[in-house]
Design a protein around this ligand. Structure first.
Ligand SMILES: Cc1cc2nc3c(=O)[nH]c(=O)nc-3n(C[C@H](O)[C@H](O)[C@H](O)COP(=O)(O)OP(=O)(O)OC[C@H]3O[C@@H](n4cnc5c(N)ncnc54)[C@H](O)[C@@H]3O)c2cc1C
Length: 392
C-alpha cells in the first residue's frame, strides 16, 4: 500500500511489485481464530470480517490501510506492545517466493531463521505470498478508555508503567514545544466486556489540495498544540470508544500528508533503551524545541519486554517517540543529525518504516544482526533503502 513514510517501499529506476492483487482470504477457523490469507489483504478487511465472529488482530498499527505483507515486512507495532509484542509475534507461518522461483514455508518452529529474516525483513528476502495469523478473541468492537493530561516526562512514565498491568493499550500525545516539563495527553484502553450494537457514524474528510508551502509552521503548531491540550484536558476521563477512531485516528482524514505542502515531510521515530530512556528523551525534546520544528502529530509511548522475532525488528524495551517534520531542506537534516547523535549515544535505533535518510553507521549500530540478515537477502530484490543502507 506504500504507507511506509520513507524509501523502504520505493525503488526508483527499478521495478516495483504491487501485491494488492493478492487479496484473497484463504481460511478462517472461527473456533481457534487462525486466519490464513494472501499477503495483499488489507488489515481493514481482515479485521472487519474477523470481528463478525468475535476476533481481532492482536497488533495493529496506527492505520488499517496496510497489507498483511507490509505489516510483516516492517514487523509493525501498535499501542499494546507491552501486552502483545509486535505483529510478527502473532504470525504462525508464511509462504515466501524467491525470485529464482524457490518457495519457502517458514514459521517460528519451521525454518525459523528464514522466518526471523523475513519478519521485519523489509521485503528483501523475497515476496511473502501468504501468511497464517493467530487472532485474539474480543467481545466486540468497543473499548473502555481513559484519557488524562500530564506534565513532565516522569509523569508520563509513571502513568505508562502504572497502566501496564491493568490496561492493554497505552499511548500519549506530547507537545514537543512545551518547555522543560512537556505536557501531553495520556490515553489507555481495554477491550470492553460488553458491546454496543451500532458503530458510530464516521465523518470522512479529505485534504483537497497540496498547498505550495507547509501549513505546519511554528505559529500553527503552537496554536494547534494549545487548543488540542486544552480541549483534551476538558474532555479527559472515561469513555467507551469504537476501535476505529481509537486505533486509526488519521484514517478519517484522507490525504492528510498534503498539509505539509509540496516539499513534503519526514517522520522521525526512534526507540531508546529503558536505561537511557528519560535522559535521552529529554535531550531529544530539548533539541526539537530549540530548533522550533516538529508537528502536532507526535506520539510517545513505551515498548515492553517481549522479544520481537525479526532480525531487523524495531521494538526494544524502552521508549519510543514518533514525530513528523515538514521538509525544510538543510535545516531539517541538521536537526536530524543532532537527534541521531543522541539516539546513537543512548544505543537506540531508528524505525526503517519511517526512515528516508538515516546514515548507514547509525543503522548498523542500531541493528546488530544486520550481517546475519544479509545471508537471506534475495539477490533479485532491492529498494531505495536497501541500496542506501545495505549496499544491496
Ligand atoms: C497514519 C499512519 C500510521 C502508522 N502507524 C504505525 C504504527 O503505529 N506502528 C507501526 O509499526 N507502523 C505504523 N505505520 C507504518 C505502517 O504501518 C508500515 O509502514 C507498514 O509496513 C505499511 O504497510 P504497506 O502495506 O503500506 O507496505 P509498504 O509501505 O508498501 O511496504 C513496506 C515494506 O514491506 C514490504 N512488503 C510489502 N508487501 C510485501 C510482501 N507481500 N512480501 C514481502 N515484502 C513486502 C515492502 O517491500 C517494504 O519493504 C503507520 C503509517 C501511517 C501512514
Amino acid at each position: 500500500m506504500g504507507r511506509s513514510y520513507g524509501d523502504v517501499c520505493l525503488n526508483p529506476g527499478g521495478v516495483l511489485w504491487s501485491t494488492t492483487g493478492l487479496d484473497h482470504l484463504i481460511s478462517f477457523d472461527r473456533v481457534t481464530g487462525v486466519m490464513r490469507c494472501e499477503a495483499g489483504v488489507l488489515l481493514r478487511d481482515l479485521q472487519a470480517l474477523a470481528l463478525q465472529s468475535g476476533w481481532m488482530l492482536p497488533v495493529s498499527p496506527g492505520t488499517q490501510m496496510v497489507t498483511v505483507g507490509g505489516a510483516i515486512a516492517n514487523d509493525v507495532h501498535g499501542k499494546n506492545h507491552h501486552a502483545q509484542g509486535s505483529f510478527g509475534n502473532h504470525v504462525l507461518g508464511l509462504t515466501l517466493v524467491r525470485t529464482d522461483g524457490t518457495l519457502i514455508e517458514c514459521g517460528p518452529r519451521h525454518e525459523p531463521l528464514w522466518f526471523a529474516a523475513t519478519v521485519g525483513g523489509l521485503g528483501l528476502t523475497g515476496i511473502i505470498v501468504q501468511a497464517s495469523l493467530q487472532l485474539r478473541k474480543v467481545v466486540g468492537p468497543w473499548l473502555d478508555t481513559e484519557s488524562m493530561p500530564y506534565r513532565g516526562l516522569e509523569s508520563f512514565l509513571e502513568l505508562a508503567d502504572g497502566s501496564e498491568r491493568g490496561w492493554e493499550y497505552t499511548v500519549s500525545w506530547i507537545d514537543c514545544l512545551s518547555g522543560q516539563r512537556p505536557r501531553g495527553i495520556f490515553m489507555r484502553g481495554n477491550h470492553a466486556p460488553s458491546s454496543h450494537s451500532a458503530p458510530p457514524a464516521r465523518l470522512l474528510c479529505s485534504m483537497p489540495i497540496t498547498p505550495p508551502v507547509s501549513l505546519v509552521n511554528q505559529l500553527s503548531l503552537r496554536a494547534f498544540n494549545e487548543l488540542y491540550f486544552r480541549v483534551n484536558s476538558w474532555t479527559a476521563g472515561f469513555a467507551q470508544v469504537h476501535y476505529l477512531p481509537f486505533f486509526y485516528p488519521l484514517d478519517n482524514l484522507q490525504n492528510w500528508n498534503r498539509m505539509y505542502g509540496r516539499r513534503g515531510f519526514y517522520q522521525y521515530q526512534c526507540a531508546i533503551p529503558r536505561a537511557a530512556g528519560l535522559h535521552a528523551m529529554r535531550d531529544i525534546l530539548a533539541i526539537i524545541r530549540r530548533a522550533g520544528q516538529g508537528s502536532f502529530l507526535a506520539v510517545f509511548k513505551t515498548f515492553g519486554d517481549r522479544r520481537p522475532v525479526g532480525m531487523l525488528s524495531f521494538p526494544m524495551p524502552g521508549l519510543t517517540l514518533a514525530l513528523d517534520f515538514p521538509n525544510r531542506g538543510q535545516r531539517t537534516h541538521q536537526l536530524f543529525a543532532e537527534l541521531d547523535a543522541v539516539v546513537a549515544a543512548a544505543q537506540g535505533r531508528l524505525y526503517m518504516a519511517k526512515d528516508a535518510r538515516m546514515p548507514r553507521e547509525l543503522f548498523e549500530r542500531g541493528y546488530p544482526r544486520v550481517d546475519e540478515f544479509r545471508a537471506f537477502v534475495d539477490p533479485g530484490m532491492s529498494s531505495a533503502m536497501s541500496r542506501r543502507l545495505l549496499n544491496q
